[in-house]
Design a protein. Structure first.
Length: 376
């Protein structure tokens, strides 16, 4: 049911790579911290109200950390206001401009996404690192197959995993030479094979926490699939401490997809995991429409729990055994409700959505109460 079955189901066990833990604001990343879900705003950063609204929506959907681009000085000024209002730590996305890095640290960013090898002289690098240290910022090194350093492209001929790993290790060395260790690293590519190979290499070469992402993954459906394959494969093998799903879609969708990937692997749970059948001629009620309604009506539940909505008795009772709340379609416009894996009562289809929402809310409250009790 709601608690993890990993301990008694060894074939579900994922052994996470042992990484150092760093802090992104008040959120731990790496070590034994839960794998965090990130997204990035796509508003103009200078549109303070619009950006804060997007950060809030992402946080409401479960984002632990949100990244914001800081391309110019006006954005650095806006960042200060956004950070003050944000419910989650903000990562400032910086490219090339070392001044933006310093300004973002001063503005209260929790982390700078910056590649120290790309911001100029050793003095400039030292200044940015000093600002990060002074203002308690961590750093994410963000290697990207699409923007590898020229000398690496010349050495390797084209973007490839080895070039990405070398780039990552070069940036790491710069931070370490400056005695700065609060960093994590990503090495993204839009090609899942390249990204996965680069991440595997980096995971062996460093103990820094790893930020996973498949870059420019595409639209909602294609990007979700690509990310699920790329990130899923790495997470399954224990690699990854924080993830961002990149979609040409609303940041809230990125957060939802991120959670679904983690939920599918049992790595993190949030909200109601709905198990539903695809439906067929045997269904006792309209499964697809019902699931659509329930997904909307249950968005507010944050407690990890499971709900099975199954069209008929072929699979319904079996699935209901393993879920917190279940409904299985039957004949004559009614079906069976299951609570905590046990058959409970008959219910007519037209009362079903309201009733299931009520039962899920009740069960969520009970799970919360049990958790508080267990903690005490
Ligand atoms: S559970 Fe029943 S209704 Fe759903 S797909 Fe299977 S046979 Fe069809």
């Amino acid at each position: 049911m709601s608690q993890s079955l990993h301990s008694i189901r060894p074939w579900r066990q994922i052994d996470r790579r042992k990484s150092r833990q760093i802090m992104v604001g008040n959120v731990p990343v790496g070590g034994d911290a839960p794998i965090t879900v990130q997204t990035m705003t796509n508003t103009l950063t200078t549109d303070v109200a619009g950006t804060i609204a997007q950060v809030q929506a992402a946080a409401d959907a479960g984002a632990d950390i949100v990244r914001i681009s800081v391309p110019d000085e006006a954005s650095s000024r806006a960042l200060r206001e956004i950070v003050a209002e944000s419910p989650v730590p903000i990562v400032a996305d910086i490219h090339f401009h070392y001044r933006r890095g310093i300004e973002a640290a001063e503005a209260g960013a929790a982390c700078l996404r910056i590649n120290p090898g790309n911001i100029g002289s050793a003095d400039r690098v030292r200044e940015v690192i000093a600002a990060a240290r002074d203002y308690g910022c961590s750093i994410r090194i963000g290697v990207n197959a699409g923007s590898l350093e020229r000398h690496l492209l010349e050495k390797y001929g084209e973007p490839c995993p080895d070039a990405m790993i070398e780039s990552g290790l070069d940036h790491i060395r710069i931070l370490q030479d400056n005695d700065f260790h609060e960093f994590k690293i990503s090495c993204k590519a839009s090609d899942v094979f390249m990204a996965a190979a680069a991440y595997q290499g980096l995971a062996e070469a460093t103990d820094a926490p790893i930020h996973l992402g498949i870059t420019e993954a595409g639209g909602l459906v294609s990007g979700t699939i690509k990310s699920a394959i790329g990130l899923g494969n790495l997470l399954w093998s224990g690699i990854g401490d924080t993830i961002r799903v990149s979609l040409s879609a609303d940041p809230v969708e990125e957060v939802k997809v991120g959670y679904e990937i983690l939920k599918s692997l049992g790595l993190r749970h949030r909200g109601v995991n709905i198990i539903s059948c695809p439906s067929c001629a045997r269904q006792g009620f309209d499964v697809i429409k019902t699931v659509e309604k329930l997904e909307k009506r249950l968005e507010h539940i944050k407690t990890p729990m499971s709900l099975s909505i199954i069209g008929c008795v072929v699979n319904g009772p079996g699935e209901a055994l393993m879920t917190d709340v279940g409904f299985t379609g039957g004949g004559s416009g009614s079906g069976m409700v299951y609570l905590a894996g046990k058959q409970s009562h008959k219910l007519s289809n037209d009362q079903m959505v309201d009733h299931i929402v009520e039962q899920v809310e009740k069960r969520a409250a009970a799970i919360e109460a049990e958790t508080v009790q267990a903690a005490e």
